[in-house]
Design a protein. Structure first.
Lengths: 301, 364
């Protein structure tokens, strides 16, 4: 085995799955690999197949086609989207239970419970029943359970759904520090800004298919040419400055800038046209644009 | 892993006050109330005596002899039919025995609310007394010899079945099936919140999950057994009822308790596995348990049912458990005696447990 192959923590090879023989594919021909210390963001709207793919990786479902390779439990951990613990037990009791299930015994069990309480800033809620905690605390407990056995591979399914901004920032920082310590993370979300903030690579999934999987910069670059947006009131010339303008929304117009076009020339022509303009921006397409181009629908559809 | 699963179930149960009430408080209350309420029905003397007087309209030597010879002390008398009616309407008396002119017929005039069994017993006593007096007149012998009872009843057990011997096993069996409440509360949370999926991802098989639920609740059942026996032994007599006699063979008692536990766990886990929500499970569990109890002689003792209904009790697993316990408490049975009920209970328990395991595996 080569060094590069040895560092691969997760290998998903042409995996397909459907819930019944006559049902549509929930996951179709998905392939990717994940190396140590890498964070892969899976981005897609609700119902795109992200959670099903996570369940397949977690071993909760078995692929109909294809193969998966990952570390065995508890060297990997699956953190489901729901609060997958016992609301009548305290935070500490939940951690103790899952530590026992993960076969952590004796001193190591106690150490890991304390460590996870500390890492997720749950110390002051340790003896509070999980069902009585706020949404943010419950999210943190959900993640803390996943960290008990110090997994090499962490599967996070919508870990920040319905949490306050502080808890969200806390969890995103945690993901970054886990990756920094060598853990591989699959981070499943439909929040583009989170994926952009924490992931080394981004996979865009829709209708069960992985439409793209590449480093963020590469994905953004694949989005096409620079774009110029401006907000103009009243009549608008769609051939202004020799560009092809299209209406994005309301009075916002957008045009692609071919590489040979100089920005200063364009600005000069717009200036000379003397149109009532309130805003102008130029830049590369963002992840939302890339997503729109690949899936032909908005991320939050 | 199993230790963690068992500890989790016990911790969850310890915080489920509704379930604890259903498992321990409800049967204790039923045992106390029903033991006291049914006390008279199970006693050979009928419990509280009937309050009755005699109206001697014949007023002859024969009638006076009949009344004086009826028992010691002789029954009290009312003077007139009006006084008798008034005493009955005011419920000062339950019945008045009217000896009409010519000694016969003798009428037992009773309040409609008086216990029918006691009224009927009074009528039979007077039937015998009047017949004895008439025959004695014909034969010229003393009436006392003919009025004495010449037939007696003897039960195969050391003593007659008491209400507490019926109530303790009946409501114990009923409560054992109520493990459906805590089992479904936890199992449905596990399924609906994705905890089963998480456990599966950690390599916990459905069989381990099932065993992790069966073991703690098996011991909860044994705790129910001990608690309810203590209620019957100490609490019921303290409130004026009969005490449960505990000098029974331990092996058949434990065998019946274990077999009933397996059946109750199987049925409860299957209901919990089939239900989609806790409310559904509790409603379905209560419905099934009440039907089992109504059919199975828990709510109404089997011996007072008509023959067809007595045969129908065999459809309810609760009846098998109850009969097994009655074998132990009333018939002083051995392991061999309780084996048919124990086998049937274990069989239904294992079948339903297998179906529940299949459901849990699917949910995972």
């Amino acid at each position: 085995m080569t060094g590069a192959a040895a560092s691969v923590r997760l290998n998903v090879d042409a995996v397909s799955f459907r819930y019944a023989a006559d049902a549509p594919w929930a996951v179709r021909d998905v392939s990717f690999a994940l190396r140590a210390g890498e964070v892969l963001g899976l981005l897609g709207p609700n119902g795109a197949g992200k959670s099903t793919l996570m369940r397949l990786i977690a071993g909760v479902r078995t692929p109909v086609e294809g193969a998966l390779r990952r570390p065995p439990a508890p060297r990997f951990a699956y953190v489901p989207q729901d609060y997958a613990f016992y609301p009548t037990l305290t935070c500490r009791e939940n951690l103790e239970f899952f530590a026992g299930v993960a076969r952590l015994n004796g001193t190591r069990r106690e150490q890991q419970v304390e460590k996870c309480l500390g890492t997720l800033a749950l110390d002051s809620f340790a003896n509070q029943r999980a069902g009585e905690c706020s949404g943010g605390i419950r999210r943190r407990l959900n993640v803390a359970i996943g960290l008990l056995a110090e997994p090499e591979l962490l599967l996070l399914d919508e870990p920040t759904a319905n949490v306050d901004p502080q808890s969200r920032a806390f969890l995103l920082d945690l993901v970054r520090s886990l990756a920094g310590a060598g853990a591989s993370v699959v981070y499943c979300s439909h929040y583009m800004e989170e994926v952009q903030a924490v992931c080394d690579r981004v996979g865009i999934i829709d209708h069960g298919s992985l439409l793209a999987c590449a480093p963020l910069a590469e994905l953004l670059a694949s989005g096409g040419a620079r774009e110029l947006r401006l907000r103009a009131e009243g009549a608008f010339d769609t051939r202004l400055a020799g560009l092809d303008w299209r209406r994005e929304a309301g009075d916002v117009w957008i045009a692609s800038l071919p590489p040979e076009v100089r920005l200063s020339d364009v600005f000069a022509q717009i200036e000379s046209a003397d149109i009532p303009m309130s805003d102008m921006r130029v830049g590369l397409p963002d992840l939302e644009d890339v997503f729109l181009r690949l899936t032909h629908r908005a991320l939050r559809d | 892993m199993l230790r963690a699963l068992i500890q989790k179930e016990l911790r969850a149960l310890g915080r489920d006050w509704h379930a604890l009430a259903a498992l321990f408080l409800m049967p204790a209350v039923f045992i106390i109330v029903m033991s006291l309420a049914l006390q008279g029905s199970f006693r050979p003397d009928g419990g509280e005596p009937l309050r009755w007087h005699v109206l001697d309209e014949d007023d002859s030597d024969s009638s006076r002899s009949l009344i004086d010879g009826f028992g010691q002390p002789p029954p009290a008398r009312v003077a007139t039919r009006n006084a008798a009616d008034k005493a009955l309407k005011s419920r000062a008396l339950d019945a008045v025995v009217i000896i009409e002119r010519g000694l016969a017929p003798v009428t037992v005039l009773a309040d409609p609310g008086a216990p029918l069994v006691l009224v009927e017993r009074l009528r039979a006593q007077w039937e015998r007394a009047v017949a004895g007096a008439l025959i004695a007149q014909e034969l010229g012998v003393g009436a006392e010899a003919l009025q004495r009872s010449h037939v007696r009843t003897q039960f195969v057990a050391r003593e007659v079945l008491t209400s507490v011997q019926q109530s303790v096993p009946a409501w114990l069996v009923f409560a054992m099936f109520f493990v459906v409440v805590p089992l479904s509360n936890v199992l449905i949370v596990e399924r609906n919140l994705g905890t089963l999926e998480r456990l599966r991802s950690l390599g916990v098989p459905a069989t381990a999950l099932l065993v992790g639920k069966v073991i703690p609740f098996f011991f909860v059942h044994q705790l129910q057994l001990v608690s309810m026996l203590l209620v019957g032994r100490f609490v019921v007599p303290a409130l004026g009822g009969d005490a449960l006699q505990l000098d029974v063979a331990l092996a058949p008692l434990l065998l019946v308790a274990a077999a009933t536990s397996v059946a109750a766990l199987g049925v409860s886990l299957l209901i919990a596995g089939l239900a989609r929500t806790s409310d559904q499970a509790i409603l379905a569990g209560a419905f099934v348990n009440i039907i089992f109890a109504a059919v199975g002689g828990i709510m109404v003792p089997k011996q007072v049912m008509p023959l067809a209904m007595q045969q129908a009790t065999n459809l309810s697993p609760m009846a098998w458990g109850l009969e097994g316990f009655l074998d132990v408490f009333a018939r002083r049975g051995t392991v061999i005696d309780v084996l048919p009920e124990a086998t049937a209970l274990t069989a239904i328990g294992l079948i339903t447990l297998a179906l529940a395991a299949w459901r849990i595996a699917r949910a995972q």
